[in-house]
Design a protein around this ligand. Structure first.
Ligand SMILES: [Zn+2]
Length: 419
């Protein structure tokens, strides 16, 4: 049963009957203030079915929340979502120096393709199939492509991924193993134009953003990120944290997580929604907040090793999430991300992508500044596993000591264990 009843502009509120709106709201686009659309739902209908009691016993993946996802029938393929929410009491908590007592990590790294993008992928593919599309097409530098290729393989739909020239060999290998067609197009505008053309002229489903300035990914797929909030609330016994920290570039995840909490609040299942914090690398959202803008303008670019969130621009949806929630943005450096990624590895045995470590770095900084209180409950979304980018953390360190003979004395000498 479908509970979604159309699309609404997130800026001007205009409602559209369901259809393809590749450039978001036509009225806002014409006004020069591009904005994405978002599915709307018949909340009265949802309210009677989406209850804590009814959720008990449902499948432990994102489709347990199907009433608030924009697909008529959940795909049979499951296994995405219901990731652990881990309270930090030792390990990485030490880096925060006791400045906050109640920190949880939402381990999106434990999704099937090791990233939170699985949530967008499974909803996008299901929607593409429901619409009768020939296949899915997207531009990706890594995680999103891999997630979509994997889901395309599972749900049985062709997948074309346009990639930049600096994509990692691990990502390319994964894409090909999942059966995706991989095309290298170094220019981002070429990638976006081809995604748009395949959608408009050839009947494919465009997963990723096709606009400049960006508006975000397709509005149905973004709904998948809402399930991160549903899970957090359910895992905390229908309590909501005070603060949720999400690494952000265009802000699909940030916006989706915020929408999830507002859905729960509108349904009366929780009393409040959290402050949303964007962990950024370049800082277009921080700039927009600082200048009091109601749109996001590009800021000067700079190189960063956290390439998946190193964007000099962002989308209105991300700014709206920060403003509506009374939140903030924190711009972190590569050095801070490396420090926190290494700390998570050393103290918690957790390998995370540099962009995920941005969330921890931002949390530490905001605590230091007193912007996150000692008694507040904080959830940091660990967006991706570090296995695809582990080389980012491996550029320093001593060479491996060599042992050519079976000598315990020599081994202890190397280990520094001799008395
Ligand atoms: Zn509009």
């Amino acid at each position: 049963m479908a509970y979604a009843d159309g699309l609404v502009c997130i800026r001007c509120g205009r409602k559209y009957t369901e259809g393809i709106h590749l450039e978001g709201c036509p009225r806002c686009m014409a006004a020069g203030t591009p904005a994405n659309l978002a599915p709307s739902y018949d909340l009265d209908k949802v309210r009677s079915s989406f209850t804590p009691e009814n959720l008990v016993g449902r499948r432990h993946d994102i489709w347990r929340y199907h009433e608030l996802l924009p697909v008529g029938a959940a795909p049979r393929t499951g296994g995405i979502g219901w990731t652990p929410l881990m309270q930090v009491d030792t390990g990485a908590g030490r880096c925060l120096d006791g400045k906050c007592r109640d920190i949880h990590l939402k381990l999106e790294s434990q999704n099937r393709s090791s990233a939170f993008k699985d949530r967008l992928a499974t909803v996008s593919v299901a929607k593409a199939k429901e619409m009768g599309k020939k296949g899915i097409v997207l531009s990706s530098s890594g995680n999103q492509g891999v997630a979509c290729a994997a889901e395309g393989a599972r749900q049985g739909i062709p997948c074309v991924v346009l990639v930049p020239s600096d994509i990692t060999p691990v990502s390319v290998a994964s894409l090909r193993l999942f059966g995706a067609c991989v095309i290298m197009a170094p220019d981002v505008e070429v990638r976006q134009q081809m995604v748009m053309a395949m959608a408009r002229e050839r009947g494919w489903f465009a997963v990723t953003n096709v606009c400049r300035p960006p508006i975000g990914s397709n509005p149905w797929g973004i709904e998948g990120y809402k399930t991160i909030s549903f899970e957090i609330a359910e895992q905390l016994g229908w309590e909501v944290p005070d603060v949720v920290v999400v690494p952000a570039s265009i802000g699909d995840g940030l916006w989706g997580v915020w929408r999830g909490f507002t859905d729960l609040r509108d349904l009366g299942l929780v009393r409040k929604a959290p402050r949303m914090i964007a962990a950024e690398v370049i800082g277009p959202l921080a700039h927009a907040l600082e200048c009091g803008l109601d749109y996001v303008e590009p800021v000067p670019d700079r190189p960063s090793r956290a390439y998946s969130i190193a964007s000099s621009t962002s989308a209105y949806q991300a700014l709206k999430a920060l403003k509506d929630s009374g939140g903030d943005s924190c711009v972190v450096s590569d050095e801070e991300m490396v420090e926190h990624a290494r700390l998570l590895a050393r103290t918690d045995g957790m390998l995370v992508e540099l962009s995920s470590a941005a969330g921890m770095a931002a949390t530490a900084r905001l605590m230091e500044q007193g912007k996150i209180g000692r008694d507040e409950r904080v959830v940091v979304v660990i967006t991706s596993h570090g296995s695809k980018t582990v080389h980012d953390l491996m550029d320093t360190g001593p060479s491996i000591p060599r042992l050519d003979e079976p000598s315990l004395e020599r081994l202890e000498d190397i280990l520094g264990l001799q008395s």
